[in-house]
Ligand binder design. Structure first.
Ligand SMILES: Cc1cc2nc3c(=O)[nH]c(=O)nc-3n(C[C@H](O)[C@H](O)[C@H](O)COP(=O)(O)OP(=O)(O)OC[C@H]3O[C@@H](n4cnc5c(N)ncnc54)[C@H](O)[C@@H]3O)c2cc1C
Length: 396
């Protein structure tokens, strides 16, 4: 009889795990709380009459170094849907004006500090302590730190420097950075539609139990799924709540991990109603939003789309007021809006110790596997790599 696995969470971590398990012939069930798979790796789709448009509300860029992701894309037969991203600039909003990143840097300070990049080690240093030495304290504080904060949409001064941007081996036959013809959602959907994966969306895992040597997952909508192996692929807070039922010690360990909610608002506007020059993103130091990421990297004939990633706790009125100001467009010109709440980990300098301890605790638990964006890092490739490693552990 085929081995059974139940995976909780249908973001790229859970989906990649489902891919590996189904490919190995396992009976794979994936439970996802939302009505669609993808999590932070999902695109919002907008259709109007004959026009279709998509907008990334979370991740937006993949790289040639995403070897495990590319392996899955290749196996799924969708390499031909990889498309380049238009070369439009990442910009800075200063005194109400959109300008280049360079305009925010003191070149003398940069040039006198930059050579340290060859000798200074990232290990054991925070983002602030490492990068303020590489670009200079003022450049870091006034400009560069805001670009770093935009990556996980939260302050990153205390993040471990070696976990922010990792150098990985690149595939030379793939574009350096890219997206997919119909957005990242198309990759999530392709994986979810694979033979051997039973995807149950709109179903939140509510409790866990052990029974007759199997894991039993009960969902909020009354389903019960049992399997030999259980994979938890949800953010650390819901993971802790679920783990409480089967192992309070590991649940307690998970409550120690900090995280941030990313409150995102997307707007779709007819092209002729926006005069802002095409940009990849706008970063506005000390503003109410960490970044505005645009769809100008994949130009559309009719629409432009902008995703604002706000600090938590703002009212709808304040968010839209700021969107109107930044884009120079009134509400009457906005054709469509969408919202999304993503969760990202707040990594700290001792994060590797936390992850090692997790693995030690998991080693003592039969059939339990954990993946997500809070093990080796939060990039898409880190999630897929963690799933790959956990899948290999399952098969040892
Ligand atoms: C704004 C933003 C921009 C980013 N940009 C990039 C980028 O350009 N490139 C890059 O490499 N990375 C990027 N990232 C990081 C990357 O997208 C994420 O780290 C990654 O997608 C996380 O995947 P995940 O599956 O671990 O978690 P998630 O995507 O959060 O998925 C977890 C899933 O679990 C589900 N869930 C939660 N609780 C339950 C439950 N009880 N039962 C069932 N399901 C549940 C959730 O609904 C969700 O779908 C970005 C992240 C954000 C937020």
């Amino acid at each position: 009889m085929a081995k059974e696995v139940v995976i909780i969470g249908g973001g790229i971590s859970g989906l990649s795990m489902a891919f590996y398990c189904s490919q190995a012939g396992m009976k794979t069930t994936l439970i996802e709380k939302d009505n669609k798979v993808g999590g932070s790796f999902a695109s919002h789709q907008y259709a109007s009459d004959n026009d279709r448009f998509w907008l990334e509300m979370g991740a937006h860029t993949c790289y040639s170094s995403y070897q495990n992701l590319l392996g899955i894309v290749e196996e799924c037969g969708i390499m031909d849907t990889i498309i380049p991203r238009e070369k439009v600039p990442f910009t800075l909003l200063k005194n109400g004006k959109v300008s280049s990143i360079m305009s925010g840097l003191n070149l003398f300070e940069l040039l006198t500090h930059a050579p340290k990049i060859f000798s200074l080690k990232k290990e054991g240093k925070t983002v602030r302590s490492y990068y303020s030495q590489i670009v200079g304290e003022n450049n870091y504080r006034n400009t560069i730190s805001h670009f770093f904060n935009a990556v996980p949409s939260q302050p990153t001064d205390d993040f471990p420097a070696d976990m922010m941007f990792k150098s990985r081996e690149k595939r030379k036959d793939v574009l350096k950075n890219y997206t997919f013809k119909n957005g990242l959602q198309s990759v999530a959907l392709t994986i979810a539609e694979r033979k051997g994966i039973d995807v149950r969306t709109g179903s939140a895992a509510q409790s866990l139990a052990n029974s007759d040597g199997k894991y039993v997952v009960k969902t909020a909508d009354g389903q019960e799924v049992s399997a030999d192996s259980l994979v938890i692929a949800v953010p650390s807070a819901p993971a802790a709540r679920l783990l409480q039922d089967i192992n309070p010690a590991i649940a307690d360990h998970f409550t120690r991990l900090k995280f941030a909610d990313v409150d995102s608002v997307g707007v779709v506007i007819r092209k002729n109603n926006v005069s802002l020059k095409p940009v990849a993103a706008i970063i506005s130091p000390n503003d109410t939003f960490f970044s505005m990421v645009s769809r100008d990297t994949v130009p559309d004939d009719n629409f432009r789309g902008f995703a604002f990633h706000f600090r938590p706790g703002l009212s709808e009125k304040d968010k839209f007021k700021r969107i109107n100001e930044v884009l120079g467009v009134g509400m009457e010109k906005i054709e469509h809006t969408t919202t999304r709440m993503n969760v990202v980990p707040s990594l700290r300098i001792n994060h590797k110790d936390w992850a090692d301890k997790t693995d030690q605790m998991l080693a003592g638990m039969r059939g339990l596997y954990m993946t997500g964006n809070y093990y080796g890092g939060m990039a898409i490739e880190d999630c897929v790599s963690r799933s790959h490693d956990e899948f290999n552990r399952m098969n040892r």
